[in-house]
Design a binder for this molecule. Structure first.
Ligand SMILES: [Zn+2]
Ligand SMILES: [Zn+2]
Length: 294
């Protein structure tokens, strides 16, 4: 079965090569405002395997870069290793900062919580308040994911006291006025860090909804600190802004915000080839890897 493994490795290498060679739009020059560097971030994206998506961890880094993102949180449902692999790959190819993250998906009590900047898996078999305490114990930041009304019962007084942030903008906001109102209502409950996330699985693209984050240092810890301090601005496509009022004013005066998306188009033929080769390589490894262990 050695040749099958060789073929998988070859396909995956070609996938990464095609993705890396695919034309990338020019990167935007860094933007500094009021002593901060302004970064574009998407703190909620999914990749395969383990989540149903159309992008692999190496594709998501390239795709995020293409859409002008400086940082992403790969947040797999109740697991961490894909996110860790994604960070390793993004570092290897000079991609955006990847924050190791998890989407804690709990069915009962029903909540989805993005745990950003953690190092071990946060259990979904606990209350939202317990999960948030676990995230904080690891130095991470807890974001309520798409907090629509069906998730509200899980956010009791204890969870609300310790929650850091909430997605006030998510693709659901554009597909349902009712869900948007519910996310706005949740966000208004207390001073929370404003987050806009794409929850990318297959449609749209990473950064479809995004967070502008004002950092003192463009590092993982600088980003986490800015999240804790509430130093974010989120702008929806109608120009409605959420976040730190002083930073919203700063951004409005500057006139360059929201930062434009340098690529609102598809992946291009090399990017598409990269996805196909990558999927073929993984399938090959899965099928022949399993046959080899029989
Ligand atoms: Zn979710
Ligand atoms: Zn999600």
């Amino acid at each position: 079965m050695r040749s099958a493994h060789g073929a998988s490795v070859l396909l995956l290498t070609l996938a990464i090569a095609a993705g890396t060679l695919a034309p990338q739009p020019a990167r935007l020059p860094p933007l500094f405002l009021g002593g901060y560097q302004v970064l574009s971030a998407d703190f909620h994206v999914h990749t395969f395997p383990l989540n149903w998506t159309t992008l692999a961890p190496w594709d998501i880094a390239l795709e995020a870069q293409k859409h002008g993102l400086d940082a992403i949180a790969i947040a797999g449902h109740n697991h961490l290793w894909v996110s860790q692999a994604g960070r390793w790959i993004s570092r290897a190819i000079g991609g955006p900062t990847v924050l190791v993250s998890e989407e804690v998906v709990s069915p009962d009590p029903k909540y989805h919580l993005i745990a950003v900047g953690i190092s071990t898996t946060v259990s979904w078999k606990q209350t939202a308040a317990q999960a948030i305490a676990d995230v904080h114990g690891q130095g991470g930041v807890a974001i309520a994911a798409h907090p629509e009304a069906s998730f509200w019962p899980a956010y009791d007084a204890a969870a609300m006291r310790d929650l850091d942030a909430a997605e006030v903008l998510h693709p659901d906001a554009y597909s349902s006025k009712r869900k948007y109102r519910q996310m706005q209502e949740f966000f208004a409950r207390k001073p929370l860090t404003a987050i806009g996330s794409s929850d990318f699985h297959a449609f749209q693209y990473p950064g479809y909804c995004r967070t502008l984050i004002f950092v003192r240092q463009n590092t993982e810890s600088g980003i986490l600190e800015a999240l804790r301090q509430g130093h974010t601005v989120v702008v929806d496509r109608d120009g409605r802004s959420y976040g730190d009022p002083a930073l919203i004013r700063l951004a409005a005066q500057n006139g360059r915000l929201p930062l434009p998306d340098p690529a609102a188009s598809g992946p291009g033929w090399l990017g598409g080839l990269s996805r196909i080769l990558g999927i073929a390589g993984l399938l090959f490894a899965l099928v022949f890897g399993r046959a080899a262990t029989r």
